[in-house]
Design a protein around this ligand. Structure first.
Ligand SMILES: [Zn+2]
Ligand SMILES: [Zn+2]
Length: 141
């Protein structure tokens, strides 16, 4: 199966082959600022499952709670943040699930940084919640 994650304007895309190795929801304040929403949902693929199309992407690097930097790849035209590469897990890429525009995309199996969750936000019981991150660092999954 191939899925296409696309930015808001369509200039930048990421083609993902096969199934994600993990889908993870993050409530952390950094994800809230990045998305402008209240949480982010990331689909993690192995890097060789994902290839960029269009672009070029711009890159914003910042540190994370794990102590490792994360490189966020975004569209220079519309600003959508499409995928990120956590240096803690150099074989993986996290992809913004909303960019697939697919309501049938597999649901997250876990939620991390629940201690920064907006209090009114209730998630299904099937999503395992963690106060912070089970693997240290909310970006890594
Ligand atoms: Zn764009
Ligand atoms: Zn986060």
């Amino acid at each position: 199966m191939e899925r296409r994650a696309t930015c808001h304007c369509g200039n930048l895309a990421l083609l993902c082959t096969g199934e994600p190795i993990k889908v993870s929801l993050c409530h952390c304040l950094d994800c809230q600022r990045r998305t402008g929403s209240l949480f982010s949902v990331a689909a993690f693929f192995l890097k060789d499952q994902a290839r960029p199309a269009g672009g070029p992407a711009k890159v914003f690097r910042r540190g994370s709670a794990s102590g490792f930097d994360v490189d966020f790849h975004f569209c220079g035209e519309c600003g959508s943040s499409l995928w990120w590469e956590p240096q803690r897990m150099p074989d993986r890429v996290g992809v913004a699930v909303g960019a697939f525009a697919d309501p049938g995309f597999p649901m997250p199996e876990q939620a991390v940084w629940c201690d920064e969750r907006h209090r009114w936000l209730e998630l299904p019981d099937a999503i395992a919640g963690h106060d912070r991150s089970p693997a240290r660092g909310g970006q890594g999954g």
